[in-house]
Design a protein around this ligand. Structure first.
Ligand SMILES: Cc1cc2nc3c(=O)[nH]c(=O)nc-3n(C[C@H](O)[C@H](O)[C@H](O)COP(=O)(O)O)c2cc1C
Length: 191
């Protein structure tokens, strides 16, 4: 089914970063194709990434109430058919604020466990990679991160999951950047 509503989650400390411009492009392209976009800018929303005891899953009780923050962030995602997550690759992984959001909000009894799943049908990850594609692929990072992200989605009940890598984000060549923008336009066009 074609995407109608996107929940766009992203992580970057700077609102003028390349990551933020990529997010803007995804929103612009989606809106121009009549998709609605709700955005969760993890940094500007001051999302707390630190899992404390109150938000720790109780494996014996999937109805556990977590902190209000967790339930309201999870509820925000509901009513969207597609989740798009944009992040810079830091140490071949997520920025801590995004990891903590996943730990706390995609929690047992909400996003998985006891028949629960993430409340979307599609997930698209957009990962900005400082290094060049060739070495990233040769070293196995593309496969490693894709397997990790796609299998995580499967655990959360979502089989339609894909990862778009935007390589060479620290490139000195200005002519490289239109390629990255066209990659995300194509990602949106295929939703
Ligand atoms: C803490 C940190 C860790 C990083 N780790 C990696 C890495 O593991 N691999 C990589 O290719 N680039 C890495 N980078 C480079 C970022 O991926 C790059 O800065 C980002 O994609 C550029 O987008 P931005 O201008 O929006 O920050 C790292 C950058 C930072 C700040």
């Amino acid at each position: 089914m074609k995407t109608e509503n996107i929940y766009l989650v992203w992580a970057h400390p700077r609102r003028d970063s390349l990551t933020a411009h990529i997010v803007d492009e995804i929103r612009r392209q989606s809106t121009s194709r009549q998709m609605k976009v709700t955005e969760l800018d993890l940094y500007r929303r001051n999302v707390n990434p630190v899992m404390m005891q109150e938000d720790e899953p109780d494996w014996q009780d999937s109805t556990k109430r977590y902190t209000p923050d967790v339930h309201s962030l999870f509820a925000e995602m509901q009513g969207h058919d597609t989740l798009v997550v944009v992040f810079p690759v830091w140490w071949y992984s997520f920025p801590a604020i995004l990891k903590g959001y996943l730990d706390r909000v995609w929690n047992n009894g909400l996003a998985y466990g006891d028949g629960h799943k993430l409340p979307v049908t599609k997930i698209r990850w957009v990962a900005l990679v400082g290094g060049e594609g060739k070495s990233f692929i040769e070293m196995g990072w593309e496969k490693n991160m894709t397997d990790y992200l796609v299998n995580m989605c499967s655990y959360l009940g979502i089989e339609d999951a894909e990862v778009t890598f935007l390589f060479d984000t620290l490139s000195a060549k200005p002519e490289h950047f239109p390629l990255l923008f066209s990659q995300v336009q194509e990602m949106v066009n295929a939703l």
